[in-house]
Design a protein around this ligand. Structure first.
Ligand code: NDP
Length: 327
């Protein structure tokens, strides 16, 4: 028997999350059984753990969109017991039982072997948010990052914290946008050179173009802020759009694309091909300083998840929550 956070739906359609005992027979089908060590709290997890069930597709359900652990049993030649593995994406924690559990059973194709230089706890300190931040940086690099400051929006959140630390470590001047002035020291410690107040960029303007300011941008916020940032990009610069913490709408004009050749790059971490996942995890191990990663970690256990889920939806979580599922 083992413990997992199980979300159930009652007859009135209300969802309830609680830590319960399960057996291996309860797990969904898959080629690889993993003894999970750590999972994390991402924005999507907040939706799945909260009332209404968010993105959950079947009940009862074990949420947790990512996990890292050790292979316990495998019917696939690529993995053997004892291998360290990490999983992000593939609708795990939404359509297939996920990482808020001491055991998980998944398709072998969804896993990635953990590269050297990073352990299971560090891998989940990175988690889906940090993996996505790495994908965003790689996308910006492919387009070429211009000279000048690189903007990170939602900087004190999960994606933003990791993007800030990676970009600063690569030598870029990072400007972090935050709505929480009290996180300025934290962002500076991750390597941000400049802190921009959220209000400065949340105000809408009738001007489709402003001064050419940003050499690149990792955007976790979307909405009005993304629209405003597009008009402030340098000629030919790129924005890697990752999230919608500030809204799914985009009240923008085509002018930045037409007159400044701005590139808007959409980043999806869910259905990433195997080679890209391997490459991104290797880059994380190489380009993200592990001491900075430590500063982002908030430890948690399974029983903390309902409250933490509510917190992330309100934008109250700083850095990355690492869930010790055996804690
Ligand atoms: P977090 O909640 O950790 O961070 C989001 C940050 O955005 C907050 O910390 C806050 O930063 C800022 N923010 C929140 N609300 C607002 C608002 N109304 N206006 C402006 N800023 C706001 O979430 P994550 O970093 O984990 O995820 C960020 C986004 O990226 C989410 O929408 C998530 O769903 C998405 N995502 C997408 C992925 C993909 O594959 N494309 C993968 C992973 C995440 P601050 O306090 O510093 O202002």
């Amino acid at each position: 028997m083992f413990n997992a956070l199980v979300v159930e739906k009652d007859e009135e359609g209300k969802t309830h999350a609680a830590v319960k005992e399960l057996s291996l027979d309860d797990l969904p089908a898959g080629e690889v059984t993993v003894a999970v060590e750590y999972s994390t709290v991402n924005y999507k997890d907040g939706l799945c753990v909260g009332p209404g069930g968010g993105l959950v597709r079947n009940y009862p359900h074990v949420p947790g969109i990512d996990f890292a652990g050790t292979v316990e049993a495998s019917d696939d030649d690529r993995y053997k017991p004892g291998d360290k593995v990490v999983l992000t994406g593939w609708r795990v924690g939404e359509a297939h039982w996920g990482g808020y559990s001491q055991k998980a059973r998944v398709k072998a194709d969804w896993l990635v072997p953990l590269p050297d230089g990073i352990d299971t706890r560090q891998a989940m300190a990175v988690g889906t948010a940090g993996f996505t931040a790495m994908l965003a940086v790689m996308a910006l690099e492919r387009q070429g990052i211009k000279d000048g400051p690189v903007l990170v929006t939602g900087a004190a959140g999960g994606v933003g914290s990791v993007a800030t630390a990676i970009l600063a470590n690569l030598g870029y001047d990072v400007a972090g946008v935050t709505g929480r002035p009290e996180t300025a020291d934290y962002l500076t410690s991750l390597g941000a050179k400049q802190i921009v107040a959220r209000e400065e960029l949340n105000e809408t303007t009738k001007r489709p173009l402003e001064g050419e300011t940003w050499a690149g941008c990792v955007d976790a916020v979307g909405g009005a802020m993304l629209a405003r940032v597009l008009g402030q990009m340098k000629y030919g610069a790129s924005v890697a759009a990752v999230g919608l913490a500030g809204g799914a709408g985009l009240p923008a004009t085509v002018i930045p694309f037409l007159l400044r050749g701005v590139n808007l790059l959409g980043i999806d971490s869910v259905m990433q091909p195997y080679d890209n996942r391997v490459e991104a995890w290797k880059r994380v191990a190489k380009d993200l300083p592990m001491d900075k990663l430590e500063a982002m970690i908030q430890p948690a256990v399974l029983a903390d998840l309902p409250e933490l889920g509510r917190g992330i939806l309100k934008g109250q979580v700083k850095g990355r929550v690492v869930v010790d599922v055996n804690g």
